[in-house]
Design a protein around this ligand. Structure first.
Ligand code: FES
Ligand SMILES: [Fe+2]
Length: 468
């Protein structure tokens, strides 16, 4: 029976249908040996309509201009990690569109975000994309300088500027809030607090992952050949796994992944691993699933995969192996950490431009920024996180590796080449998708009610900002 027919017969409301006859993510997790906490074993799907989403947002430079004025200026954005600025005086330049900010630690417990522009004739005080340590921010043009706390330190030849009152010439600031080791900024002084913006469900969950005790051990950046929203949407669903990444479908329950929305700015995705894709049912054995996953993951690959015993599942063996490997590596007791948290792909989108993947086996963060002046290009970064050492030291974050457009992600030093190959596959799609939308006679894209809910949820927030 086709899915459509089944839906009709069962009288399901839009968005209620799931891959017929297959266990849900929650069913899979419920069978695990080490049980998952309630916040994993919960669902928060919401049907948000099924109209097409207009494509002008991806292809019209005027839309990008409106986004800069209305969206980027009013949303909370991940600017850097706290380990980028551990000491008083450390700063990190965060650039977004034509805006640029100096994110500076001005006291042990205070971080500020200064607009990166001299108040004399506008020169940037620090070059884009740079970082360092400073006791003052001095302009290279005529030497005006500001103290770390943003107050005007000196205007050269101040006798010529009787109209410049020092108290009116402090560096303007954006708002800053810290969460789980991340520094967030917002240009809108009337915006809700970060906690209100992200909502109570996410705030309760983020505290469980311990991301404040991680540091960036690998940081890779590359320009993607598509609009920033297309680039983000390429990572919001597992619907594309079968055709785009067939090599991982053998050990990924792609079509029964779970999608949750939390308020306006956050959504969640759980995709279980160590489970065969429903699309491939009957084509592979449990042993195949185990072999694929073991050999495909360099963090656990070793000798030839062992043979599963009667009644053993690939998923359980994988969870046990990962638990053991990480316990040895980090000298930590993980016996109470659920199989799901250890093994599965969890991802959260924090609107507008950040993905958190806080899971234990591949903890990472994606950041997407529109390339200034080109609505068809996106500055993509991935930060791989690792637990800080047990001795209490805080390692320096990795310097970014910048890939050229023609380079493969597999060339990025420090990144698993298998993972790099997945990103290359996504990049190939993006080239064709951007071009296809420009070539298309159809004015909108069509979305699945369930598997593509994150795309709709995200574009709904875009609409809210650009029209507001
Ligand atoms: S532009 Fe900065 S001191 Fe003149
Ligand atoms: Fe992908």
């Amino acid at each position: 029976m086709s899915e459509q027919v089944l839906k009709k017969e069962m009288g399901l409301a839009p968005g209620e249908a799931r891959y017929p006859g297959e266990p849900s993510t929650q069913d899979i997790i419920a069978r695990d040996r080490v049980p998952a906490p309630d916040w994993v074993r919960s669902e928060s799907y919401e049907f948000l309509g099924d109209e097409d989403v207009s494509i002008d947002r991806y292809i019209d430079p005027a839309f990008a201009a409106v986004e800069f004025d209305k969206l980027w200026t009013r949303t909370w954005q991940f600017a850097c990690r706290e380990e980028h600025i551990p000491e008083v005086g450390d700063y990190y330049v965060y650039d977004i569109g034509r805006r640029s900010f100096i994110i500076a630690r001005v006291a042990q417990d205070e971080v500020r975000a200064y607009y990166n522009a001299c108040l004399h004739r506008g020169t940037m005080l620090r070059a884009p994309g740079t970082d360092g340590c400073a006791q003052e921010f001095k302009c290279s043009f005529h030497g005006w300088s500001w103290n770390l706390d943003g107050s005007l330190k000196q205007a050269l030849c101040d006798w010529d500027f009787p109209h410049v009152k020092a108290e009116e010439y402090s560096l303007p600031r954006a708002r800053v809030e810290l969460l789980a080791g991340f520094v967030f900024i917002n240009m809108d002084h009337d915006a809700p607090s970060l906690a209100d913006y992200l909502g109570p469900e996410f705030m309760a969950q983020i505290s469980q992952w311990g991301l404040e005790d991680r540091y960036t051990y690998c940081h890779v950046s590359k320009t993607l050949p598509a609009n920033w929203k297309l680039s983000m949407a390429a990572f919001m669903e597992a619907y594309h796994v079968l055709d785009t990444h067939p090599q991982v479908a053998v050990s990924n329950a792609d079509a029964n992944s779970q999608y949750d929305v939390y308020g306006e700015h956050v959504d969640r995705f759980i995709s279980t691993l160590g489970v065969l894709s429903p699309h491939l049912k009957g084509k592979y054995t449990e042993q195949d699933v185990f072999n694929q996953f073991t050999l495909g993951d360099s963090s656990v690959a070793g000798d030839a995969p062992r043979q599963l015993k009667e009644g053993e599942t690939a998923r359980q063996c994988m969870a046990d192996m990962i638990r053991q490997a990480f316990e040895t590596q980090s000298n930590t007791d993980l016996s109470k950490v659920s199989d799901s948290e250890l093994l599965d792909c969890f991802s959260y989108t924090l609107f507008p431009n950040t993905f958190l993947f806080p899971g234990i086996s591949l903890p990472m963060v994606y950041r997407f920024r529109p390339a200034p002046g080109d609505h068809r290009k996106t500055i993509y970064e991935v930060f791989f996180l690792r637990p800080v050492p047990k001795d209490g030291s805080r390692p320096d974050p990795a310097e970014p590796v910048y890939l050229r457009d023609d380079q493969s992600f597999t060339e990025a030093q420090g990144m698993d080449p298998g993972f790099g190959a997945i990103l290359d596959q996504d990049t190939e799609n993006l080239i064709l998708q951007q071009a296809g939308l420009e070539a298309s006679a159809k004015p909108g894209i069509t979305l699945g009610n369930y598997q593509e809910i994150r795309v709709r949820h995200f574009e709904r927030a875009v609409d809210k900002y650009v029209s507001g």
